[in-house]
Design a protein around this ligand. Structure first.
Ligand code: PEP
Ligand code: MG
Length: 572
């Protein structure tokens, strides 16, 4: 019997194949006392920690891209002096090297989970390092991605970055995980490598090896034991996508010629050249906080100036939107978020944290103004997490005082979307962060797998807010960009343009397919899709209505909103 599972789709691809599960992890090392001397056990642990660090680093070098950074960070975990001291102390207490590594990493992991947000998401990375060190100590191979000798759909609880980075794309047709949200490493790397993926999919681990499944990232569904019609539909879509792969180049535009600039989301100047090669017309979101996640003190003007100059120099004559430090919640910066908060997503974050540390804001804007003066890019700056008209006025004043000409605000909080006309009166442009806007509109933590079903930017409540901003921008003649992950969802992006978005910013790998997708529709069609989505009662209905109306390609129109079961009974 055909069944549907629903998760969070990454990208637009579709794949058909038999499923295969990741093998079970190694059993927990025994807590029997060590028989060898503490010196011997310490020596074994030291060798295995160093070897694991080197092996992970090597994998990173082979993988390249942002996988390299992720794996480098993981290799540092294996060499962390505090962890190594903890391992030695446990061995001195009589445990084996295997058990000491297991316990020390587990206690560090609990610490990270307790910190929540971005730090908690790194717990999976730490678990993976621990498993690898223990496997090295035991002289066995790490249970990893299976290799049955034929292509398959990989099912896992979550994938370690080391596994995702080196997935053999000729073998792994698609990836389905039960855990992880749209911002997990698995999702980020899958997006970058264009792997068809559905993450945060309850029920995925109940699938049996050999089950036939259609994995549809666009709808976020896994259809197990599909009907012949569903299979034919999915095959037609894979063929249509393959045919569209050599995407057109040139500026992003709708079929009727309406320009929709396609911009890149970046977190470091290192990705700039690649973004240009992949067709970025500029940068729509430069996340400056990513530069300083590990910093313990505020970066100096000079240090920042170097980073920003390198970024701007890569985009002569093009628009580069730089966001002031967005610290807090999922991205804490120790020099800006000193106090522990019960509920950091609703706390002193984004512009609020900068305002409480105004010198840090002024230093950043000064560094940006200097970089701007030294380069030929068109620099736009914007404030994160603006929630009042007064905050928009404050940021505009400070930025202009520092000599910056084009000053905008991010719309990520429902209050600022609802008052977009007044907020935009204070700013030159708006950029909608759909990740946070969805989180706050649906009251669903963006990092929590258990509420991932609510984290759906197709929700008509989110779309109504986007329309508010689009209309305000049109009335005032001010640009409204989209820079959340929703901008990289091909059909949703068309809806967002129909709601008034004037540019789209996304991870560079998503640019080429998006360019091809936009060229399929006119502005009138985009507006019709927007009306259909707005008229729906749920995210599922909105998506289904637009997919059914998209008659220009074959879609899985046999899957209706009602037939899709949301995890945990959630009705989005
Ligand atoms: C967003 O919230 O959509 C956004 C783009 O900002 P970030 O993901 O960095 O919070
Ligand atoms: Mg945000």
């Amino acid at each position: 019997m055909t069944t549907h599972l629903t998760g969070v789709g990454i990208g637009r691809g579709v794949a058909i194949g038999t499923v295969l599960r990741m093998p079970d992890p190694l059993p927990e090392p025994s807590d029997e006392p060590a028989t060898a001397s503490a010196d011997t056990e310490t020596e074994r642990a030291t060798v295995s920690l160093a070897a694991t660090a080197a092996l992970i680093r090597l994998r990173g070098e082979r993988a390249g891209g942002s996988a390299k950074d992720v794996l480098e960070a993981q290799s540092f975990m294996a060499q962390d002096p505090t962890l190594i001291d903890d391992v030695s102390a446990r061995i001195a207490g009589g445990t084996t090297a295997e058990r000491a590594v297991h316990e020390a990493f587990a206690s560090f992991r609990d610490l990270l989970v307790g910190m929540g947000g971005y730090m908690a998401e790194r717990a999976t990375d730490l678990d993976d390092v621990s498993r690898r060190v223990v496997a090295h100590l035991l002289g066995v191979s790490v249970p990893g991605v299976p290799d049955p000798g034929h292509p398959f759909v990989l099912i896992a609880r979550d994938l370690a970055p080391a596994d995702t980075a080196l997935l053999d794309l000729d073998r792994v047709l698609a990836l389905v995980t039960s855990d992880g949200g749209p911002t997990s490493h698995t999702a980020i790397l899958a997006r970058e490598k264009s792997i068809v993926a559905v993450v945060g999919t309850p029920g995925a681990l109940d699938l049996a090896d050999g089950d036939l499944a259609i994995v549809d990232a666009r709808s976020g569904t896994v259809t197990v034991d599909p009907t012949p019609e569903q299979l034919a539909d999915a095959r037609a879509r894979t063929e249509a996508l393959a045919a569209a792969a050599p995407a057109p180049t040139g500026p992003g535009a709708l079929r009727d010629g309406t320009a929709v600039p396609l911009l890149a989301n970046l977190g470091s100047a290192d990705g700039a050249a690649e973004a240009v090669a992949l067709g970025a017309e500029g940068v729509g979101l430069f996340r400056t906080e990513f530069l300083f996640l590990d910093a313990t003190s505020a970066p100096t003007v000079e240090e920042q100036e170097g980073h920003y100059t390198r970024l701007l120099a890569a985009f002569p004559g093009r628009k580069v939107v730089v966001r002031a430090l967005d610290a807090g919640a999922d991205k804490p910066l120790s020099f800006l978020n000193a106090t522990q908060e019960e509920n950091p997503a609703l706390g002193l974050r984004g512009l609020r944290a900068l305002r409480a540390n105004e010198q840090i804001l002024r230093d950043q804007l000064t560094a940006l103004a200097r970089a701007d003066a030294a380069t030929d890019a068109e620099l736009w700056v914007m404030a994160p997490m603006v929630s009042t008209v007064e905050e928009a006025r404050y940021f505009s004043r400070i930025a202009r005082e520092t000599g910056l000409d084009t000053v905008g605000v991010m719309i990520e909080v429902p209050s600022s979307a609802l008052l977009a006309d007044r907020i935009l009166a204070e700013a030159d442009f708006a950029s909608i962060g759909t990740n946070d806007l969805t989180q706050y509109t649906l009251a669903a933590d963006r990092l929590l797998g258990s509420v991932a079903a609510f984290q759906d930017p197709w929700h008509p409540a989110v779309l109504r807010l986007v329309r508010e901003v689009g209309e305000a921008g049109a009335a005032l003649g001010k640009p409204v960009g989209i820079c959340g992950e929703a901008a990289a969802d091909p059909l949703l992006a068309v809806v967002l343009v129909g709601l008034g978005a004037t540019s789209l910013s996304m991870s560079p790998a998503a640019l080429a397919p998006m360019r091809a997708e936009l060229a399929r529709f006119t502005l009138a069609e985009a507006r019709e899709f927007a009306e259909l989505a707005l008229a729906a009662n749920s995210a599922g209905e909105a998506r289904a209505a637009v997919m059914a109306a998209d008659t220009t390609t074959t879609t899985i129109s046999t899957i209706t909103a009602d037939s899709i079961t949301k995890p945990n009974g959630a009705q989005s």
